[in-house]
Design a protein around this ligand. Sequence first.
Ligand code: ADP
Length: 199
Amino acid sequence: MLKVGITGGIGSGKTTVCKIFETLGIPVYYADDRAKMLMVEDLVIVQKLKALFGEAAYFPDQSLNRAHLSTLVFQDKTLLHQLNAIIHPAVHQDGLQWQAAQKDVPYTLKEAAILFESGSYKTMDKVITVFANKKLRIARVKKRDQLTSAQVEARMSKQMPEREKKKLADFIINNSGHRQLIPQIWKIHQQLVQLAKEA
Ligand code: ADP
């Protein structure tokens, strides 16, 4: 079973692309969603986050106070590194367990916004990057998340430039609107099925 990573900048359409792969029977591990889940359900992580950010890291109902964490890590790079040092290995381990539980599929997908930045792409057999032009990405995220252009651009500026991602990817999906998604996904799916047979 091949391990395939899938990434792309905010608003590129990687989640949309993953949903299409799921309709082909391919299991998808959504790393960002799992990380959010682990931050509230994994008691070891909860303890570590409280030690790092104080009791205010969580609301009385035990949900995560994201605004508190964001404010602190925005001001202090060391804290951001410490946060990543807690979350990244935990998600990696969780992803390995998830992978081991998958059966009878040619490959699995791991969706992560920071697949390249975190270095986890090195543990993948192949990597797909989803690409869309900046104007379109801004318009999509503004609509999806009710943000201003400036807020979307601030998020984009923290991510690896698209051209760097394209260089590191084995497959590129163009989701800029003028190319249909499904034929591109189908072609990559067939190539991956073939690679899995040969492996
Ligand atoms: P990402 O996960 O990369 O941030 P999403 O898959 O959530 O991006 O896509 C961002 C928004 O754009 C979503 O609301 C999605 O429905 C929309 N979108 C993505 N691709 C397309 C497309 N090809 N046509 C129309 N809307 C799209």
